[in-house]
Design a binder for this molecule. Structure first.
Ligand code: CTP
Length: 429
């Protein structure tokens, strides 16, 4: 296959060398198109030697061969690794001011981008919006890995390993409608939703698991959510025909493996990461279910080295409030998007757990709220649960009868309620 490897100017550009080598080992030709700044990290001679093809960055080089159009036209697959925030912004805007961006504009081949940048840049709303735009246009995005970045800092933004990039890209080229699996928290086959079923053709985004708020490289503040409910919801949604994207917060890989093929998976560790991933996914969603247990607070500071014991006096942690992800999604929802929240409540002598759930329904602005009573610890980590589904048709908040059963059975009820809600929203549109 004739591949084009775009390389943008980031420290991870060195990994592009391994991508070239791997693609060639697999029998593909590689035309490397670096940006000018990429050549600050890896020289053109290295790319030429590894690819056995000439390397240029400028549209005015090799003008006689009309390079800026020809390379894109001839490509059967275009991969950009690493893709910097700057290049992603140019692609989203359709700017073509160098050979790489011109190539992307002229190609009809599948395009795969593997972003790599500092966490702050990756989570910046501009980058989040650009990624959503590119995904909407069918560009395959290999989400960055979480790990050590250029400096002492770490977080999401690291370029995945070359083998992962190559596997992801070749799978995208083999079946463009099927975003492939990636080990770094990314995309899996999108095509396995049932062709029948009331949610056929609908995109559903589900957050699952529990967030972890890092204190230092080895410790975090977390919660007891296993992710079983969110994973069960994903299975039920696939059975109902939906295309499902799970944003998974710290779920055991064995449990994730129980998802049917075709579910897209994105990993998020902390609340801020979850927020970024949910907003990125929101653009494509017909419905969103926030089943994740989200930490309301995070440590004000995360230390780079392990916190040491300071004596017997104990330690005081400063916490800052996390954003309410669900409320943020409700505020930025698009028309007819159905949003479902979860509420695990306990009662007290003044109010029942249900009273608190009803108040939460109003506060969050959701369409449906799945309420479970966790007074006796029965929800977290267990297979059985009992829920009521709150809705408000007209003025008052009403609660359904309580459903008892396994998390799979309860999930079917939640998906049934979602289907009714989607139909109701559409018929009133
Ligand atoms: N949620 C969220 N972001 C937060 C907290 C909660 O998106 N920072 C979402 C959860 O995923 C769930 C719903 O809001 O769908 C209710 O979560 P819950 O923890 O019950 O509510 P809180 O808003 O944390 O309210 P409180 O702890 O005061 O009861």
């Amino acid at each position: 296959m004739r591949t084009v490897l775009g390389v943008a100017g980031g420290i991870a550009a060195y990994k592009a060398c391994h991508v070239i080598r791997r693609l060639r080992e697999l029998g593909h030709s590689v035309k490397v198109v670096p940006t000018a700044s990429a050549l600050n990290f890896v020289g053109a001679a290295t790319f030429e030697a590894l690819s056995s093809q000439t390397v240029t960055t400028d549209v005015f080089d090799e003008v006689d061969t009309v390079n800026h159009v020809r390379i894109g036209q001839e490509a059967e697959l275009v991969v950009i690794a690493p893709a910097t925030a700057n290049v992603l912004a140019k692609l989203a805007a359709g700017i073509a001011d160098d050979l790489l961006t011109a190539t992307v504009l002229t190609t009809t081949a599948e395009i795969v981008v593997a972003p790599a940048m500092h966490t702050e840049m990756w989570q910046n709303p501009a980058t989040v919006a650009n990624i959503a735009t590119l995904k909407r246009r069918g560009i395959h995005v290999l989400e960055p890995a979480v790990g050590r970045l250029t400096g002492p800092d770490s977080g999401p933004g690291r370029l995945p390993e070359p083998e992962t990039i190559v596997d992801f890209a070749l799978a995208a080229a083999a079946d463009p409608t099927t975003p492939p699996t990636a080990s770094t928290g990314s995309e899996t086959d999108d095509s396995a939703s049932s062709t029948a079923g009331p949610l056929h053709g609908r995109h559903l985004v589900i957050s699952a698991g529990g967030t972890r708020e890092p204190l230092d490289p080895v410790r975090f503040l977390g919660n007891r959510s296993s992710g079983k409910q969110g994973i069960a919801l994903a299975r039920a949604a696939v059975a109902a025909g939906a295309q499902v994207h799970v944003v998974a917060a710290n779920i055991d890989s064995g449990l994730v493996a129980t998802l049917p093929p075709g579910v897209r998976i994105t990993n998020a560790e902390s609340t801020l990461e979850l927020q970024t991933q949910m907003h990125a996914a929101q653009a494509e969603a017909d419905a969103i279910i926030m089943a994740a247990a989200v930490a309301d607070y995070r440590p004000a500071e995360r230390t780079d080295s392990k916190m040491k014991k300071t004596g017997g006096e104990g330690v005081t942690l400063n916490l800052v409030q996390n954003p309410d992800v669900l409320v943020g999604l409700v505020e930025s929802r698009r028309e007819h998007q159905v949003i479902i929240g979860f509420a695990a409540e306990t009662g007290d002598p003044h109010h029942s757990a249900l009273d608190y759930a009803k108040a939460k329904f109003r506060r969050k602005g959701v369409d449906l709220l799945v309420f479970n009573d966790v007074s006796d610890d029965r929800a977290f980590g267990h297979d059985d649960t009992a829920v009521q589904i709150l809705s408000a048709d007209g003025g008052d908040v009403t609660a359904s009868a309580e459903f008892h059963g396994s998390k799979d059975e309860v999930s079917e009820k939640v998906i049934e309620a979602l289907v009714s809600r989607v139909e109701c929203v559409e018929s009133s549109a």
